[in-house]
Write a protein that binds this ligand. Structure first.
Ligand code: ZN
Length: 387
């Protein structure tokens, strides 16, 4: 009997449902999977065998006890063969990580990009870095499952076109198409490739590679030259009609405030974007870091003032979304307490005025790799949710 397209999709959905269950509850047996999904035991056995053969799952060692006999075989994710690649296209740098299915970082690479470099030049550099990872992994007997890319701008889902990225000065760049063509040229292979906003992928990274359950909704706020965010609700990203959801760096904190890169005045990013803070202190970003580390009083005051503005933004986002968990990430977190503590204090102060408790505010699990790891999580997320 011929397998129709519908049946293929159904099979993919069932296979990925099993993988998701084993991921969230390691050690499940075939019988438990059957009970959880409603699929027959024979279907589960067939699909599990395929997933083992394909490198998704592995059987754990079985304990044999005299009285009870052979216990059902526990199943786990197999981290040995399948690999995800995540890339970050940042402001001034590109970064690539290779990750095993169970969240271990295998390789990482960073490179600076020239300010004002054309999109084609930057994407070629990124494709070269990714191709190096791919070739090294394939030579080592690994198999590439998918590639994700996080970019600092608004992305149209599906087409992977970067609509606008004020901090890169890019508009309407077909990032997905350019990278796919460039990778095919270098590796002679095709891979599923997904492109999404950096804040969005970082939010997904917190969810997909979490140890156990995480707060839902989860709000990730990315703090760097650009300020962005990502929201995961019920296991899905909130993207908005045009992919612009979460561009919180351009929330207006004050009408006619300082000028922002987007053309408006008084955006959040103009108060506590990394470049904005350096500009206020009249120094470069690296000098700002050095001065902060040396506890220069003027710099500490700039960071405290910027942090208080961040606190106002966090309060406003919390009021809008009521997240169960807020995660802060991005390069500005390296400025440490001088920047983050005034933000927390302001957030708490505003909440206390309404006699409300704020949710937990954590720092990102993967630190400066949040976006690259998140991009790998995006590829996994897309593969695990075929519809
Ligand atoms: Zn703006």
């Amino acid at each position: 009997m011929a397998i129709t397209g519908d049946q293929r999709l159904l099979k993919r959905i069932n296979r990925m449902a099993l993988v998701r269950l084993v991921r969230s509850q390691p050690g499940l047996s075939r019988a438990e999977l059957s009970a959880s999904t409603g699929l027959t035991k024979s279907t589960v056995s067939l699909l599990v065998q395929e997933l083992i053969d394909d490198g998704w799952l592995r059987e754990d060692s079985v304990l044999v006890t005299g009285a009870i006999g052979r216990r059902p075989t526990p199943l786990r994710l197999d981290g040995r063969r399948l690999v995800l690649i995540g890339a970050e296209l940042g402001v001034g740098y590109v970064r690539v990580v290779s990750m095993s299915l169970d969240g271990e970082i295998l390789y990482r690479d960073d490179a600076d990009i020239l300010a004002g470099a054309a999109p084609e030049v930057v994407l070629k550099q990124l494709a070269e870095m990714m191709a190096e990872h791919i070739n090294k992994l394939v030579d080592g007997g690994r198999e590439i499952l998918g590639i994700g890319v996080g970019v600092s701008g608004a992305v149209q889902e599906g087409t992977g076109v970067l609509v606008v990225a004020p901090n890169l000065g890019w508009r309407n760049v077909p990032v997905k198409a350019i990278l796919e063509a460039s990778l095919q040229l270098r590796t002679k292979r095709e891979f599923p490739l997904f492109v999404q906003n950096d804040g969005d992928v970082a939010a997904l990274g917190e969810v997909e590679f979490a140890n156990g359950a995480v707060g839902d909704p989860l709000l990730f706020v990315g703090l760097g030259v650009g300020v962005g965010s990502g929201v995961v609700v019920g296991g899905r990203l909130l993207l908005g009609t045009r992919g612009f959801a979460g561009e919180v760096g351009h929330i207006q904190l004050q009408r006619n405030g300082p000028k922002c890169t987007c053309g408006r005045m008084g955006c959040a990013e103009a108060y506590f974007g990394l470049q904005a803070m350096a500009d206020i202190r009249r120094c470069s970003i690296s000098e700002l870091r050095q001065k902060a580390a040396a506890e220069d009083p003027q710099t500490l005051e700039v960071l405290a003032q910027a942090g208080r503005h961040l606190g106002v933004l966090l309060h406003n986002l919390w009021t809008t979304l009521d997240p169960a968990l807020i995660v802060l990430g991005g390069p500005s977190c390296r400025l440490g307490k001088a920047f983050l503590q005034p933000a927390r204090d302001m957030f708490e102060e505003l909440a206390q005025e309404a006699r409300l408790e704020i949710p937990p505010v954590n720092e990102a699990r993967f630190g400066e790799l949040s976006v690259a790891v998140g991009a790998a999580a995006l590829a996994l997320h897309e593969l695990l949710l075929p519809i």
